[in-house]
Design a binder for this molecule. Structure first.
Ligand code: ZN
Length: 371
């Protein structure tokens, strides 16, 4: 049985406050991933990722269950044992977690962020050595870092899974988000990385779930903007957006209850958002969405349209969800962003936060509709 860094003595990722802006997680060990270095070689990943349905050296392939930490969840055939073949979706802790459950003397309630909208600033203490308080401050990076393996098939990307298997995958995403919510964690970033340019360190199709005891700053800033919009316009921002895009030039596709479109403010070429046409649960939380079957159909079609229109790019799928602790009746709702990685984030993007997109969202939508 492989042991992850998470179980190694002394492994302790930390969240470092940055007085200039967004914080960082320092997780020594994540950059030292022996499985990956081979796959990051020019010939490594591509040679095995697209065609082979089984890779004997892949820890996520069926039959290699002993190469991952013990599974925490799975949908599997009746009568099959944990950590053995027979599963359709399997969830395991990340071998090199960026976030760890509570442990150790440093993780008491007085040293870390509380739940809700707190940030790393809360409870941060001055470092020793005479520096100004708040300059160098860190707290344990607490939470869960999980991998949801979408299929036993090594080559089945989102575009290939088909609605039934994609529906089962989405059901597992929802199940894990419910577990994180029940555990009192504040927010889960759910992201699919397909292809090296999208940050996938293993080719086998999977999602990463980063469940933390704080709401990430980018999420809480967006929630503030959405709340401001509602205060000024009297209705939720996402609802207004979906209504405006439903029949416009950026509409890409639709399925019962859901719309797919290229956002007016796209930050990458061929970026697509998928959102409910109207709130599909009382809380707006993805885990309570009733549109799972529609989403399986639509996400599959959209990823196939992107594959055909943009020549099979690497891509990220990122869930924008509402914080787990938000009460029913909140004005937010989940949506999904699909971001093909056809451009490298270069100096201007890093220096400005502004992205230069060289295909208009209107043209991208036309290309995707025709694909
Ligand atoms: Zn595999």
């Amino acid at each position: 049985m492989s042991e992850g860094r998470g179980s190694a003595p002394g492994y302790r990722p930390v969240l470092r406050h940055n007085p200039f802006g967004l914080p960082s997680v320092v997780a020594e060990g994540r950059s030292f991933r022996p499985h990956d270095s081979r796959r990051h070689s020019p010939e490594g990943e591509d040679r095995v990722s697209r065609t082979a349905h089984h890779d004997p050296s892949c820890p996520f392939c069926e039959g290699n269950e002993d190469q991952t930490p013990p599974e925490v969840d799975a949908f599997r055939r009746a009568g099959t044992a944990q950590d053995s073949p027979g599963w359709s979706v399997r969830v395991v802790p990340n071998l090199y977690p960026a976030f760890l459950p509570d442990s150790g003397p440093d993780s008491g309630p007085d040293t870390g962020p509380a739940s809700g909208n707190s940030s790393v600033k809360a409870g941060a203490t001055a470092s020793a050595g005479g520096h100004p308080a708040g300059l160098f401050a860190e707290v344990p990076a607490r939470g869960r870092h999980e991998v949801a393996i979408h299929s036993p098939d090594h080559a089945a990307r989102l575009a290939d899974l088909g609605p039934e298997r994609l529906g089962v995958t989405i059901e597992m995403w929802q199940k894990r988000l419910s577990v994180h919510s029940d555990e009192g964690l504040a927010y889960t970033v759910l992201a699919v990385n397909e292809g090296r340019e999208a940050g996938a360190s293993l080719a086998h199709p999977h999602a990463q779930l980063f469940a933390t005891d704080f709401v990430p700053p980018a999420v809480s800033e967006e929630l503030d903007r959405r709340e401001d919009w509602r205060a000024h316009h009297g209705r939720p921002l996402l609802e207004a957006t979906v209504e405006a895009e439903a029949e416009g030039p950026r509409r890409v596709d639709a399925e019962a209850g859901l719309l797919a479109w290229t956002p007016y403010w796209s930050r990458t070429r061929y970026e697509v958002w998928i959102a409910p046409l109207e709130p599909d649960s009382e809380s707006g939380a993805f885990r309570e969405s009733t549109n799972r079957d529609s989403l399986a159909e639509l996400l599959g079609r959209v990823t196939r349209r992107i594959r055909d229109a943009v020549r099979d790019p690497a891509l990220n799928v990122v869930l924008s969800d509402v914080p787990h602790g938000l009460v029913p009746g909140n004005p937010s709702s989940w949506y999904l962003r699909i971001l093909p990685r056809t451009q490298v984030e270069a100096g201007y993007e890093l220096g400005s936060g502004v992205h230069i997109v060289t295909v208009s969202p209107e043209q991208a939508a036309a290309d995707l509709r025709e694909a």
